[in-house]
Design a binder for this molecule. Structure first.
Ligand code: UDX
Ligand code: ADP
Length: 458
């Protein structure tokens, strides 16, 4: 098979795997290879048991795998053959030295740049796919152009905006694709090559072009704005609980204003996921490093409010359950950071479960997809915890239920049966506002929902 060009993606994670599967499915004229240092991950991508759960992903992979989509651990070979390299390795928050707890840890990133340099014998386009601090492309260019050879590298920024749980849908029909480059002749030529790839399925008007710094900064900004909306609505949920205003009615009322818009206004137990906190703290660190302390403080408050919302949930449980949960069984329904994913990174459920355990509660953790990750997150806990997939069994003999993920199955449970199996008075804390609170109250539950006046029988 003769391919038009060879595309390589370094890093077969939540971003690299699905993104490359979509490019391969839509562009059979390109050979797409995804490499990773993690053998098991690559084996899983080559099996029927994919390493991540995303609706529609298995069908997408089957369309292209073995045809023009390949998963491999041969990183150096992949680099040699490639014309275009997407870099999608992880950029976690640095946990040591200068900027610890805030700045992005760029060690994997730099290692990859050096590996590309030492294995290249022809010109290449390098595409930043991972979320990176603004001006990382400059560092990348410096490393790649540090050798004296004649090989040319053009660095582009093409941040990925997919959300977990809807990755396939987001990739197939994105709101926009953003491609940033240097505005030199070579930069614009490389930019056009990438535009041509996406234009195979994305309408041209949705492909936005910009300078490379704007593209880098837009990714951090998009996540900061999204998280800020969640913190804004969550901040008001506490006021609603105190005043008998209803957060869902308030969100609906403000969301019908087309300038505000109605999306991303669901009050919750807090935002989680691998991106929001990490990216905001990264933005905060960048602002601080430019001496923009007021801007840094403004964005940091979005993360602080989120932490407070998680803490508030535990305190609310405690105070309503007669100021003690010690020795009481609590069923945590949902451990993933949101529905339709098995991912638990930064999930509010981790902090809430830990908070309940500190109060010496006995916690039964239940989730349809995230128990494997939940066991890893809580591996250091020896006592007081059980993992039970069946929500009915998890709630049996419990004093309280805390709904922490908006899984559809939790809206369809037989709550009468659950109520009958629980210790009385039975409590339910709806951290996602997905249940029918009035019906639960009528059954006998004491109901506490985010941003709503409590419904209690005492
Ligand atoms: C996010 C961005 O949406 C995506 O564009 C980016 O590429 C990666 O980060 P993701 O982390 O997968 O995606 O999930 P998202 O759907 O944005 O939800 C993040 C968190 O906010 C979840 O914990 C979710 O439950 C919470 N959330 C979201 C709310 O609490 N209320 C809302 O109204 C929306
Ligand atoms: P994301 O959510 O951004 O996709 P993940 O953590 O899911 O992040 O995936 C990043 C992937 O990058 C991991 O599978 C990791 O093994 C891989 N990776 C990290 N460093 C390298 C490297 N130097 N070469 C190849 N793969 C790497």
């Amino acid at each position: 098979m003769i391919y038009k060009k060879n595309i390589l993606c370094i890093g077969a994670g939540y971003v690299g795997g699905p993104t490359m599967a979509m490019i391969a499915a839509k562009c059979p004229q390109y050979k797409v290879t995804v490499v990773d240092i993690n053998d098991k991950r690559i084996n899983d991508w080559n099996s029927d048991n994919l390493p991540i759960y995303e609706p529609g992903l298995d069908v997408l992979i089957k369309t292209a795998r073995g045809r023009n989509l390949f998963f491999s651990t041969e990183i150096e070979k992949g680099i040699k053959e490639a014309d275009i390299i997407f870099v999608s390795v992880n950029t976690p928050t640095k946990n040591f030295g200068q900027g610890a707890g805030m700045a992005a840890d760029l060690q994997y990133w730099e290692k990859t740049a050096r590996q590309i340099l030492s294995n290249s014998d022809k010109d290449k386009i390098i595409v930043e796919k991972s979320t990176l601090p603004v001006r990382t492309a400059k560092a990348m260019e410096r490393i790649l152009n540090s050798a004296s050879g004649t090989i040319k590298f053009e660095v582009l920024s093409n941040p990925e905006f997919l959300a977990e749980g809807t990755a396939v849908k987001d990739l197939e029909n994105p709101d926009r694709v953003l491609i940033g480059s240097r505005e030199t002749e070579a930069g614009l030529k490389a930019r056009n090559e990438l535009v041509d790839i996406y234009a195979n399925w994305v309408p041209r008007e949705k492909i936005i072009e910009s300078n490379v710094w704007s593209a880098e900064l837009s990714k951090l900004t998009a996540n900061a704005f999204l998280a800020q909306r969640v913190s804004s609505i969550n901040s008001l949920s506490s006021l609603c609980e105190a005043t008998e205003a209803d957060i869902e009615e308030v969100a609906y009322a403000i969301g019908t204003d087309s300038r505000i818009g109605n999306k991303f206004l669901k009050s919750s137990v807090g935002f989680g996921g691998s991106c929001f906190k990490k990216d905001i703290l990264n933005l905060v660190y960048i602002c601080q490093s430019y001496g923009l302390n007021e801007v840094a403080d403004y964005w940091e408050s979005v993360v602080r409010l989120n932490e407070w919302q998680e803490k508030r949930f535990v305190l609310n449980m405690l105070s309503n359950m007669f100021n003690t949960v010690a020795g009481k069984k609590i069923a945590v329904l949902g451990f993933a950071f949101k529905a339709d994913t098995g991912d638990t990174r930064e999930s509010p459920a981790i902090y809430i479960t830990m908070g309940l355990l500190e109060e010496r509660a006995l916690v039964n953790v239940s989730d349809p997809k995230a128990l494997v990750n939940a066991r890893v997150d809580l591996k250091d806990i020896k006592d007081g915890i059980d993992f039970i997939e069946d929500p009915y069994k998890a709630a049996e003999g419990a004093h309280a239920i805390a709904v922490l993920t908006e899984w559809d199955i939790y809206t369809k449970l037989d709550y009468k049966q659950i109520f009958d199996s629980m210790v009385k008075p039975a409590f339910i804390f709806d951290g996602r506002n997905i249940l029918n609170h009035k019906a639960l109250f009528d059954m006998g539950f004491n109901v506490f929902a985010i941003g709503k006046a409590p419904l209690k029988h005492f």
